[in-house]
Ligand binder design. Structure first.
Ligand SMILES: Cc1cc2nc3c(=O)[nH]c(=O)nc-3n(C[C@H](O)[C@H](O)[C@H](O)COP(=O)(O)OP(=O)(O)OC[C@H]3O[C@@H](n4cnc5c(N)ncnc54)[C@H](O)[C@@H]3O)c2cc1C
Length: 372
């Protein structure tokens, strides 16, 4: 069994298989990096609430019987033969699970690479260096395409900017604008969107819906939206356009940038090949909690197949997204995408209890995957 990508999806799937079979299975888990970082930790790094070192979970601590984690870069995938090519060899699989996440297409937005983004670890660290030097002015949180990982994250960034500037006494000399191609901040969650819009209004954060940033001119400090509107800025914090990693697009398995899957089983068009998490064109949003759930669901199906029968497990599409609301409070959005005729969600307002729940979410994954 070969799993490509040791992110939320790949780590959970490898863990489930190891717990079931221990040394009785041979799983190769491949990742190009040497450490895992929770997506939301990028906001902690950006706002200097945590150091980069403290949020990195080194892969050497992922020790599971039956699983070998190798640090290699996937360069090719043949879905027919299930042969994977990396920068240091090939791997053949009976079952192949693609969990390589979404990459950022900085080239799709001219000027973005120089202007800056906060969705990568390096970009968040750079923003974390720039923010303390910022003395007030116009800030744009600008989304450059859709779909994006964790749809609430740009809203969280705008609210946390407000808090940070207020604490530093530069809020009244700053303008915060938030550009996003959706009608509302978090389209699948109307109650959360309403609460976020109210929070923006209270804090004088300018919300610019149904627009995306088409290009940025870092020399003149102007962001140009897709309708030609020019927005001058002093600090630009971008969310790049997303796409599947190149090794995946080259397989021919992608459509509109991501891998179509059966939403219930996560199987791709190629037999024995699954795609989970952000790399898949699934009906659920691109978020760690959904990638992890998909990893668990595929794990249950593979266990059934390897134990000699049983129907594939059906992925239920349920998850909770935590939303940093500012004021040291966190809100929660519980969404169920697949068990009913239409997605259903409920919103839990910002509270200290949800701060603790979010901390528990992170700590429990850290302990389950990395043993500490
Ligand atoms: C600012 C921000 C805040 C977020 N907040 C939340 C949140 O609060 N809750 C939540 O649930 N989600 C959140 N997310 C989203 C979450 O991080 C992702 O949706 C999640 O990590 C997706 O999991 P995955 O397993 O699909 O991919 P990933 O976790 O991205 O893992 C993919 C892995 O594949 C590896 N890889 C990629 N290409 C190659 C290659 N060619 N060769 C080898 N390895 C490769 C990568 O190194 C990576 O480790 C946030 C994201 C951001 C950016």
């Amino acid at each position: 069994m070969v799993i490509l990508g040791a992110g939320f999806g790949g780590l959970e799937l490898a863990t489930v298989l190891s717990m079931e079979f221990s040394e009785g299975i041979d799983v190769t888990l491949i990742d190009r990096n040497d450490a895992f970082v929770f997506g939301y930790s990028k906001l902690d790094v950006m706002f200097n609430r945590a150091s980069l070192a403290s949020v990195r979970m080194p892969y050497r601590d992922f020790v599971k019987p039956g699983v070998t984690l190798v640090r290699q870069t996937v360069t090719g995938i043949d879905p027919e033969t299930r042969r994977v090519t990396t920068d240091s060899g090939t791997h053949d699989a009976d079952f192949l699970v693609i969990a390589l996440g979404a990459d950022y297409d900085l080239g799709a937005t001219p000027g973005l690479a120089e202007a800056g983004e906060f969705y990568s670890v390096a970009g968040a660290a750079r923003a974390g260096e720039l923010l303390p030097e910022f003395r007030g002015g116009r800030v744009i949180v600008g989304v450059c395409g859709s779909p994006i990982k964790c749809p609430p994250a740009p809203s969280e960034a705008a609210l946390l900017l407000h808090d940070s500037f207020s604490r530093r006494g530069i809020r009244s000399s700053s303008e915060i604008s938030f550009v996003i191609p959706f009608d509302t901040p978090v389209p699948p969650a109307p109650d959360a969107s309403r609460a976020l819009l109210a929070a923006f209004a209270e804090r004088d954060i300018r919300f610019v819906p149904r627009r995306q940033v088409g290009s940025v001119d870092p020399d003149h400090r102007v962001a140009v939206l897709d309708d030609g509107t020019e927005m001058p800025y002093d600090l630009f914090l971008g969310v790049p356009k997303h796409r599947a990693p190149e090794a995946v697009t080259a397989t021919g398995l992608t459509r509109d940038g991501f891998v179509p899957v059966d939403p219930a089983t996560l199987e791709t068009a190629a037999p024995g090949v699954y795609a989970i998490g952000d790399v898949a064109a699934a009906v659920v949003p691109k978020a760690g909690v959904f990638a992890e759930g998909q990893g668990r669901a595929v794990g249950a199906s593979l266990i059934a197949a390897l134990r000699g029968g049983g129907a594939p497990h059906r992925y239920e599409g349920r998850g909770t997204c935590y939303v940093e609301f500012g004021g040291d409070r966190v809100a929660g959005v519980d969404v169920d995408f697949l068990s009913g005729p239409a997605p259903a969600g409920s919103f839990r307002g910002p509270s200290l209890a949800l701060v603790a729940e979010k901390q528990h979410f992170g700590a429990s994954r850290r302990a389950r995957w990395f043993g500490r």
